[in-house]
Design a binder for this molecule. Structure first.
Ligand SMILES: Cc1cc2nc3c(=O)[nH]c(=O)nc-3n(C[C@H](O)[C@H](O)[C@H](O)COP(=O)(O)OP(=O)(O)OC[C@H]3O[C@@H](n4cnc5c(N)ncnc54)[C@H](O)[C@@H]3O)c2cc1C
Length: 432
């Protein structure tokens, strides 16, 4: 028997340290600093750099990476438990060296990068001296990469890139973009595109605008980028020619689990606020907590969080066990599909139970509800992940050629009678 729901005491000590550090030192940054990714912001650097140094001293920096890259090579269960705490704060992933999309971009650079690419881009990225951007989605369609048209053509020793990308998050702050572009239009659908590392200051890389989502005022952080004869050397390709899909998958597997656990951290925060509020607020002579319809909201939220958390942890455990993402595709997609719903439902209940205050910008709930919609889109819409779950599930089933289902009751009764008729008859005879 190897089922276990406990954390080893040694690692629990680390988690306790992380929890206290995040609450006391990191969460306050969310209220005084603008953008965790803005490595050019002096105030950000003055406050964030010493905290990053402390995390490094504690040997908790970039724990998703192997020791050769300065991490701890933690398995997914440990990473999941850590990320659950980091999810409480916007700045925490940056302080712990595991912020998306840099963490995923670092993973593919580590996996597919040439020694020169690693020297130039990976090391400064790992040190958070620079930030990066993953430039994949196009304005005419994101959920279906087969419709992408951004083209990279080989001219002499250079790749020349033309096309438009959309929602390239942090493009304006980045030092380089990882761009997915069509290199082999005649090849099979999943072998037509390759990945490129494009320094953001390359002539021909134009950020047309930065889109903002939800309640954000002013310029946002999601770049609408046009590549106009953006020219990079031949060796700017990342991974094999035609291998963009394989490279992209390397990036998304573990990241989705970390993201899910960070979401649980946020959902818990909303849940804690909801519980505090209903125990503090009276209406019509009783506490909100005494009203059954309020209790239902608390109970539903608790059950949904616990169910989801267990699914995410089991998925992390399966990744560690099989060490093969193909064997856990269904689990990862299930986590990705459930995540926005749990977040949305709990945040919406928390908003509602806070009454008018909950709907204001003085509380985080409206922002959280909008964020739940980001989660249902970024890294692929929920529907696409549900399709993956269903397809994977159905692989374990077979059709019946019979007119009636295998579990059709008359058929089962008939088979059972055939199996036991003699014994039943003997029993009846013996009793008569
Ligand atoms: C906050 C945020 C950050 C992002 N950051 C990045 C980034 O850094 N880099 C990047 O490249 N992209 C990024 N994206 C883009 C994201 O990956 C796309 O939004 C996503 O892939 C969906 O593409 P789309 O927006 O074009 O929607 P569409 O492809 O137009 O899909 C719209 C809707 O159609 C439905 N739909 C689509 N496909 C199916 C299907 N197969 N079955 C049933 N229904 C379907 C779904 O309801 C879906 O939401 C980000 C998005 C958000 C919201």
């Amino acid at each position: 028997m190897s089922w276990d729901f406990e954390t080893e005491p040694e690692f629990q000590k680390e988690l306790d340290w992380i929890e206290q550090f995040v609450r006391e030192e990191v969460e306050p940054l969310d209220h005084v600093l603008a953008n965790p990714y803005d490595v050019r912001d002096a105030a950000r650097n003055a406050l964030v750099r010493p905290l990053q140094a402390e995390v490094k001293r504690r040997k908790l920096w970039a724990c998703h990476l192997g020791p050769e890259l300065g991490g701890q090579g933690y398995g997914q269960v440990k990473l999941a438990l850590m990320n659950e705490i980091l999810g409480r704060s916007r700045f925490a992933p940056t302080v712990f060296g595991c912020q998306a999309p840099d963490s995923g971009n670092a993973e593919i650079l580590a996996h597919y990068g040439t020694p020169e690419q690693k020297r130039r881009f990976l090391q400064p990225l790992l040190d958070n001296e620079i930030v990066s951007c993953f430039s994949m989605t196009e304005p005419q369609g994101g959920a279906d990469p087969k419709v992408f048209t951004t083209r990279a053509e080989l001219r002499g020793d250079y790749w020349v890139i033309n096309g438009e990308k959309w929602f390239s998050s942090n493009a304006h702050l980045s030092s380089f973009l990882i761009v997915m572009a069509v290199t082999d239009p005649e090849a099979k659908a999943y072998e037509r595109m390759s990945m490129f590392i494009v320094p953001t200051d390359t002539p021909g890389v134009r950020i047309l605008k930065n889109l903002a989502v939800g309640m954000h005022e002013g310029e946002g952080t999601h770049g609408y980028v046009r590549y106009e004869d953006a020219t990079v050397p031949r060796d700017a390709m990342l991974g094999p020619r035609g291998g963009a899909f394989v490279v992209a998958q390397t990036r998304l597997g573990g990241g989705r689990v970390h993201h899910a656990m960070r979401t649980i951290g946020q959902v818990r925060k909303a849940f804690d606020m909801m519980c505090e509020r209903v125990l503090s607020r009276r209406t019509q002579g009783t506490l909100l907590a005494d009203k059954q319809m309020v209790q239902e909201k608390i109970a539903d939220s608790w059950c949904e969080i616990e169910q989801f958390r267990l699914l995410v942890l089991r998925t992390a455990w399966r990744i560690d066990k099989y060490k093969d993402y193909r064997k856990v595709r269904k689990d990862i997609s299930a986590v990705k599909a459930l995540m926005p719903k749990v977040f949305h439902d709990v945040a919406a209940r928390a908003l509602h139970l806070h009454g008018s205050l909950g709907a204001t910008t003085e509380m985080p709930f409206v922002e959280q509800v909008i964020q739940s919609f980001h989660m249902g889109l970024a890294d692929g819409p929920t529907e696409v992940h549900k399709v993956t779950v269903a397809r994977q599930v159905l692989r374990d089933y077979r059709a019946t050629s019979d007119l009636f289902p295998t579990e059709h009751l008359p058929k089962l009764r008939e088979a059972a009678l055939r199996k036991y008729a003699d014994r039943i008859e003997r029993e009846v005879r013996a009793q008569s």
